[in-house]
Write a protein that binds this ligand. Structure first.
Ligand code: PEP
Ligand code: MN
Length: 332
């Protein structure tokens, strides 16, 4: 249950009410909102006196539900916006990992040439093996920050555990929570206490309810700027790296109010399939894409098989434009 409290009540009263009904209080200058478990379906008449609006939800998909907010939330990333009434599809690209100043500069040139705004590169990599490249860490974040100063891009990079969450928050414009970190409550809480947009990736073994409830942890800490990212789930199929759950994307579009970004690179795992898959995603009408690109994919230190080289990326990008037009979307 979500309760909007009357504007004029004091914070102390709001806290008392929240404790009384074992709810979670979110407050800012404009609003005081209490969220309880969805098992709670009504409150006492005494408490009702303080309530201006109530929403009874049938599961713990609450703040992210369209039954609470009908429109897709608008998320502002500095000078750009997605969701709301924007019809924007944000193209996020860059290498899986930042590897050197030269490499990231080449990637930045690609974005500049095309006119894109959002550069992504991982610094803290959640690798499957402890013996493979783990990322440049803080040094990588600082290089990304220099690129932001030079080119004016928005930067997105991932956080894989709580040890560096503050560094990622400090140096990025969108905080990415990786698939393996989707259940890390330390990260969810910490990023929930920021205002910066958070891109939450779906764990590859998580169902949609679990995925959206992870987003609820961030929202219920007070950060309204959450973006969902479908990046493929594990199925019995082994010919592709994961299986992109487009049925799930339809579900998320129908039932949640959060913008949705699709990552075809990690889903497919092989560059040959990424352009086709991306065209299919754009045709669904989505809020953004996350595509890995690299100046020389064969030499990449992580996810070499799935990254597009610049020629492949540009060709794919061109092919998306008429599809975007057909679904009344604009790539930004
Ligand atoms: C990545 O984005 O490079 C990555 C590791 O993705 P995921 O968390 O989806 O596996
Ligand atoms: Mn990757």
């Amino acid at each position: 249950m979500i309760l909007h409290l009357n504007n004029n009540i004091s914070l102390k009263t709001a806290i008392d009410i929240s404790e009384n009904i074992e709810g979670k209080l979110i407050f800012n200058d404009l609003n005081k909102i209490i969220i309880t478990s969805s098992k709670v379906k009504k409150v006492s008449n005494e408490i009702k006196k303080y309530v201006s609006d109530e929403f009874i939800l049938d599961s713990d998909i609450q703040l992210s539900s369209r039954n609470y907010i009908k429109e897709t939330r608008k998320v502002k990333i500095n000078n750009i916006e997605i969701g709301g009434d924007t019809r924007n599809t944000l193209m996020i690209t860059g290498p899986c990992s930042i590897e050197s100043r030269n490499q990231i500069k080449e990637c930045a040139q690609l974005l500049k040439e095309i006119g894109l705004t959002t550069l992504r590169a991982g610094c803290f990599k959640p690798r499957t093996s402890p013996y493979s490249f783990q990322g440049l860490g803080l040094e990588g974040l600082k290089m990304l920050s220099d690129i932001r100063d030079e080119f004016g891009f928005n930067i997105i990079s991932e956080v894989k555990d709580a040890s560096h969450v503050h560094d990622v928050i400090k140096y990025t414009d969108i905080i990415q929570i990786g698939a393996k970190a989707m259940y890390d409550h330390g990260i969810l809480r910490e990023t929930g206490q920021q205002e910066k947009p958070v891109l939450l990736k779906r764990g590859f073994g998580s169902n949609l309810q679990e995925f959206v409830q992870a987003a609820e942890f961030i929202l219920s800490e007070g950060n309204p700027n959450v973006i969902l990212c479908e990046r493929g789930i594990r199925t019995f199929e082994t010919k592709t790296r994961f299986t992109l759950d487009l049925c799930g994307v339809s579900y998320l579009k129908e039932y949640t109010n959060l913008p949705i970004i699709l990552d075809t690179s990690h889903a497919m795992g092989y560059s040959y399939g990424v352009p086709d898959l991306t065209r299919a995603c754009v045709a669904m009408g989505i809020d953004g894409l996350l595509i890995e690109s690299h100046p020389n994919p064969q030499e990449a230190k992580s996810d070499a098989s799935q990254q597009l080289d610049f020629k492949e990326f540009k060709e794919m990008y061109e092919s998306l434009l008429p599809i975007c037009e057909a679904v009344n979307r604009k790539i930004i």
